[in-house]
Design a protein. Structure first.
Length: 289
């Protein structure tokens, strides 16, 4: 694939339409916010560590390492969330909303609404969501002449999958009764909602990647709002179909948002190493002249 070299050299920066040069030029800001500016001591320390990793592994190698560590953290987060959830449900807590909200959702059912909910389940389920992710990865990678979108989306999806598996295996919660559900029935453990968690993470990271190249504030708002609305709809339809309890969906939203924040932070660290590498390359080129 034609594109800029992946080494931070002057040749890499000379490609105007894609690759590393475009990442440094276009992806480091969202509006007035500089994504490579770390205002806290923790952030600056993370940036220095990422820079050291990049010098040894290369920028994409460092990004993969950071995301790999993030996936481990996501798994631990899901484990802790499952334990907290187990403790909360023992004392009823927020789970006291589960049955009333399921009954309220059942009261909203109609042939048309049920059909829409079923279509959403298929479109953003175990088949539809990977198809969306793969197509988006290919389009973004070709358009931007960069493997970075592929790394981010694959890591985001892998982390989401591991969080789903961890939660289901640890809690092994039963779904609502089949008498209250709409076919096709599902039999895997209920907590958390995999549809909701995967949609939140994958749509969130895709929206983030799109926002990086959108210069209009209105376009950015629409993109983020669309991802948010679809994620909310996916979760709510899981309750409407009787496939999940409310707390399954709520946990998926929260876990998805936390993992998405980690993925975005990893990308910001990657961009920081890219920008600093480009600045150093320019300085060295000037010295040679």
């Amino acid at each position: 694939m034609a594109g800029a070299r992946d080494d931070g050299s002057p040749e890499a920066r000379s490609t105007p339409e894609g690759g590393v040069a475009a990442e440094v030029r276009h992806d480091t800001r969202i509006g007035d916010q500089d994504l490579t500016d770390w205002s806290t001591p923790v952030g600056r320390g993370a940036a220095r560590s990422a820079q050291r990793a990049s010098s040894r592994l290369g920028p994409h190698g460092a990004l993969a390492l950071i995301l790999g560590l993030g996936i481990v953290l996501a798994f631990v987060l899901a484990f802790l969330a499952a334990r907290v959830y187990d403790a909360v449900t023992e004392s009823d807590g927020v789970a006291g909303l589960d049955v009333p909200l399921l009954h309220a959702a059942m009261g909203l059912r109609s042939p048309a609404l049920d059909g829409i909910a079923a279509a959403v389940a298929v479109g953003f389920g175990p088949i539809g969501m990977p198809v969306i992710a793969v197509l988006a990865c290919v389009l973004l990678a070709v358009r931007r002449r960069s493997i970075t979108p592929v790394i981010l989306v694959v890591a985001a999806g892998l982390g989401s999958l591991l969080m789903t598996v961890a939660g289901k295996d640890i809690i092994d919660r039963h779904r609502p009764s089949l008498a209250d559900a709409i076919p096709p029935f599902e039999y895997s453990p209920s907590f958390p909602s995999g549809h909701t968690l995967n949609a939140t993470v994958i749509l969130g990271v895709l929206a983030y990647l799109l926002v990086l190249r959108q210069r209009s504030a209105g376009a950015r708002v629409i993109t983020v709002a669309a991802a948010l609305v679809v994620s909310l709809v996916v979760g709510l339809t899981r309750i409407l179909l009787g496939a999940h309890w409310f707390t399954d969906v709520l946990a998926a939203w929260l876990l998805g948002a936390a993992w998405l924040a980690l993925v975005i932070t990893a990308h910001r660290l990657y961009l920081t190493t890219r920008r600093r590498g480009a600045v150093e390359a320019v300085s060295q080129d000037a010295d040679r002249r």
